[in-house]
Ligand binder design. Structure first.
Ligand SMILES: Cc1cc2nc3c(=O)[nH]c(=O)nc-3n(C[C@H](O)[C@H](O)[C@H](O)COP(=O)(O)O)c2cc1C
Ligand SMILES: [Mn+2]
Length: 513
């Protein structure tokens, strides 16, 4: 591979918390989705968003240390051309900035994706012929998202049914106390044994040996549900599993998106990239995988087998401790002639997963607002690791409205994990955390305005009383109404009158300040 001269963009050019937007000319042309991972790598390189590393670096800890520093400094994606002990190059930090996320989704800003979702949802019952005609392009667009099955593809360039081993790939040991090496960005594909519907989820896989890994299906995730349903049908049977590693960026991202059960993530990927995902049948299992993938692992999970997994340095910035998880047995590996191994690390925030979570927040806001139009905006600070803190602004219309919204969020897919929800009025800028802290704390009488509930919590929450079950807290930081029993007057926020402001502005130069 050739060496690039592009340099790491300075920290100031792409500060991790800023939301730079691309110039329109930077966004990909509509209808020209990235064909595969290497197509996106080429684009990143062209944009100065990729750095090739030719020095030999160890996938055991060293790549993490380098990536952690680069991500925190707002640096580029990294292509390690010579990971120690493997001939396969490794790509990391692919989506680790707002700009790269926009490039990946070929938009100027994430709200553009949200707008597309909104226009799909807005699709109301047509009033007349003209309305129906206007719907046709939308329907055609919808139809174009469905995955398209093809006979073969690049992921089949090499088919290994006998001589295969995971040791061929530069799989990371991320942090010092990790229980081993972990595949961190696998697209794990299973079929719901009852409905036959496909699921794709990113669930880390600890390498046990050359042909066996753990399958970290957290309790409430769709992969775990497929496992449970299969086990209910036949406790000593198997569930077939296929794993794709490295594909076009929208497909890679789709595996982490909290889409409803039985909604195919690959369909959603087709929507994001505006072109269907092509799939090919596996060699040894009855599943289809993205044809453009770099690497495919085929195999099964034995339904009556669990094995100790972990510890693993996790999203929270702490280690997830050991636990009992299903085991994935590999029956075949297929890959490109020159595969690229895609991975990511998680750990003390912010990491690449912050940008993924931020994309989830922006992309799914319109979906939340469809059911709950009173929600104006939501925000999840990096330090809240997504599940720990959600700030929500609402247009409050009736007594108890803030509490209704808390309960709504706790019942929405993976938002159920939200440990602390802070609800504020619509006029609070929830992306300015100083304003939130100031106004929310002024608005509460803690005993009155804090609500606790019990329910499912994130498996990774190490403070919960029991794994997967614990309490959550909602803070009603809206203005309190007399209809809510608040009988004192609520004061106005202090603001200087415009006339005085204008006079002082006119005087300003003469004040010597
Ligand atoms: C880097 C990364 C690693 C992840 N690892 C796991 C994991 O090991 N287990 C898990 O249940 N979820 C994991 N997740 C979160 C899931 O991918 C996410 O919840 C996804 O929506 C699950 O898909 P599902 O809704 O189809 O179950 C990870 C997410 C990221 C970004
Ligand atoms: Mn799913």
């Amino acid at each position: 591979m050739r060496t690039s001269s592009s340099s790491i963009p300075s920290v100031l050019e792409c500060a991790p918390y800023g939301c730079p937007t691309l110039r329109a000319s930077d966004a990909g042309e509509v209808g020209l989705a990235y064909k595969d991972l290497r197509d996106f790598i080429r684009r990143l390189e062209k944009e100065g968003e990729l750095r090739r590393i030719t020095a030999e670096v160890d996938p055991v800890l060293e790549i993490t240390e380098i990536t952690d520093r680069v991500t925190k400094a707002g640096g580029p994606a990294l292509l390690f051309e010579k990971p120690k002990g493997s001939r396969v190059p490794l790509l990391i930090n692919m989506l680790g900035s707002h700009r790269r996320m926009n490039l990946a989704l070929e938009v100027e800003k994430l709200d553009d994706v949200a707008d597309r979702i909104r226009s799909m949802i807005d699709f109301q019952s047509p009033q007349g012929l003209l309305d129906k005609i206007k719907m046709l392009p939308k329907l055609a667009e919808l139809g174009s998202f469905f995955p398209r099955s093809v006979k073969t593809g690049p992921c089949k360039e090499i088919i290994r049914k006998e001589d295969f081993s995971l040791s061929y790939f530069p799989i990371l040991k991320c942090w010092p106390q990790d229980g081993g090496r972990f595949i961190t960005w696998p697209l794990v594909i299973t079929r719901n044994p009852e409905t036959g519907k496909r699921n794709v989820g990113v669930y880390r896989m600890q390498v046990f040996d050359d042909r066996t890994t753990a399958m970290h299906w957290q309790t409430q995730k769709h992969g775990a549900e497929h496992f449970r349903r299969a086990r209910a049908q036949n406790p000593s049977g198997r569930i077939e599993v296929a794993v794709a590693i490295g594909a076009d960026p929208a497909t890679c991202l789709s595996g982490i998106l909290p889409v409803p059960p039985d909604l195919d993530e690959l369909m959603f990927a087709g929507f994001l990239r505006r072109e269907p995902v092509e799939t090919v049948p596996c060699e040894t299992v009855d599943l289809e995988v993205p044809a453009n993938a770099e690497i495919i692992l085929e195999g099964y999970v034995q339904l009556d087998e669990l094995r100790t997994e972990g510890p693993f340095g996790d999203h929270t910035g702490f280690y997830s401790l050991e636990g009992e998880y299903p085991v994935f047995h590999i029956t075949c590996i297929t890959h490109r002639r020159d595969p690229i191994y895609l991975t990511t690390i998680v750990g003390p925030p912010p990491q690449e997963d912050f940008y993924m979570g931020h994309a989830v927040e922006r992309i799914f806001l319109p979906v939340m607002r469809m059911q709950y139009p009173e929600i104006m905006d939501i925000s999840m600070p990096a330090e809240g690791i997504f599940h720990n803190l959600m700030i929500v602004s609402i247009r409050k219309s009736y007594p108890g409205h803030a509490r209704k919204i808390m309960n709504a969020i706790w019942s929405l897919g993976q938002a159920m994990f939200t440990k602390v929800i802070v609800v504020v009025d619509h006029d609070v800028n929830i992306h300015d955390y100083r304003e939130v802290v100031w106004k929310a704390l002024c608005a509460i009488d803690p005993e009155r305005d804090v609500q606790f509930v019990l329910g499912p919590v994130d498996t990774l929450d190490h403070a919960a009383r029991i794994q997967d079950f614990g309490s959550k807290m909602g803070i009603d930081a809206t203005r309190k109404w007399s209809a809510e029993g608040f009988l004192r007057p609520w004061p106005d926020e202090i603001r200087m009158d415009p006339a005085t402001r204008a006079r002082v502005t006119a005087l300003w130069k003469s004040l010597g300040l």
